[in-house]
Design a protein around this ligand. Sequence first.
Ligand code: HEM
Length: 440
Amino acid sequence: MKPAGAPRRALSFDENPALSLPLRYFLTAPLFAALAAGLLMWRGEPALLTRWSPLTLALTHLMVLGCLSMTMIGALLQMLPVVGGIAVPHVGRVGAAVHLALSAGALLLACAFWSEQPALFALALAPLLGALLLFVGACTVGMWREHAPGSGAVVGGIRLALTALVLTATLGGLLAGAFAWPSGTDLPLQRMTDLHAMWGLLGWVGLLVIAVAFQVVPMFMLTEPYPAFLTGGYTTVLFLLLAAASLSSGLPGAGLRFHQVCLALLAAGYALFAGVTLYLLARRKRPRADPTTLYWRVAMASLMAALALWLWPRGEVSNATPLALGVLLIAGFALSAINGMLYKIVPFLAWYHLQDAMAGGRRPPAANLIIPERRANWQLAAHVAALLLLLAACYQPALTRPAAALMCLACLALWLNLCTAARLYWQLRAPPATITSQPS
Ligand code: HEM
């Protein structure tokens, strides 16, 4: 394969936000995932019997809003100025408000599903839509203004992912509105749910992971750059296929065949990204794989497995397949990619901010020593075991509780590992007289 496309570009740290801004998102996200896994452990089998169960929908949104969107929004507020040269206006205040509203909204929406109370759906909508609107609005203003030239493929992909987030939130808002005000609704709810899930998982999450991968896989995992055929108009093609699949959904006859072709092309497009990423990771300059590289391999393998399951011809309708699809996309693909990135981004940011904050000519420890690799590897092993058990539990519900317990443990271990980096930063940045312990 000829590596050519995206040249590695210099990063600009002139507009770098304070460390506390992304850190509050990164430390909140694993707690939401642990909460979802803890609730699954508590309720057991009934929470993993069908995708339509209110318990399943509550856990899904603790994951997709409280964990995945939480990390992705924190990462974007950090990345846009550094990678794209884009200054998000009032980033400190916007970041704090979005974090608070997203946390409250995700908890309220989960409570609404759990308790099936229409009033709670209405209550959840205000902070959720407010948070997402404020975040997308601030990013749009930042991109609108004149800014330093950023990396085209990365910023282009981020724009499309943000558009997908707006579509996801609009469809989600209409669905939640139908629960909040049940009478007078004449919407095709099942079709809208499928489209909402598709735009959320393949659009908002999928396009953002792809756009960010163009920058971070070569930079953090020391691979060759992605080839030019991916970093060109590839994310735009995926976005257009998502749009075509949405517009043709529910059509009969030739419309149905067109819809199926769009889905097949979408699957091929995402599989191409996964295949190229695995290829680049296999040929990276360092043969020994660190936890981030292993996490990304798990993420790409899960994406491929999910795509195969999605298109696999099925004779009879099964409850297990959509659940397994959700597990592969949410816990396998998105959570693994995010988990792996956090092991690079958080130590790197702590190290970067310490360079300025440490007094008396002291030097911070190397970024790769800030979270001990042995602990990250243990956490990765727990995550992979939990993922496999969770998949098995979709077909054998008796495994639900052990799977959830292990996933809860893995998420808490991730949180503790990230806290190690945060604690080190707060200890070392204090004046020397107040430091009580030094890292070895
Ligand atoms: C404003 C934020 C959101 C609201 C109000 C919302 C609301 C909803 C509602 C009401 C449903 C259930 C529909 C039904 O049972 O008929 C649903 C399903 C779903 N949502 Fe959301 N959602 C939001 C954001 C997201 C995001 C950001 C994602 C993904 C990243 C997402 C992923 C899903 C998935 C995968 C399902 C289907 C679950 C299943 O098939 O079991 N949602 N959402």
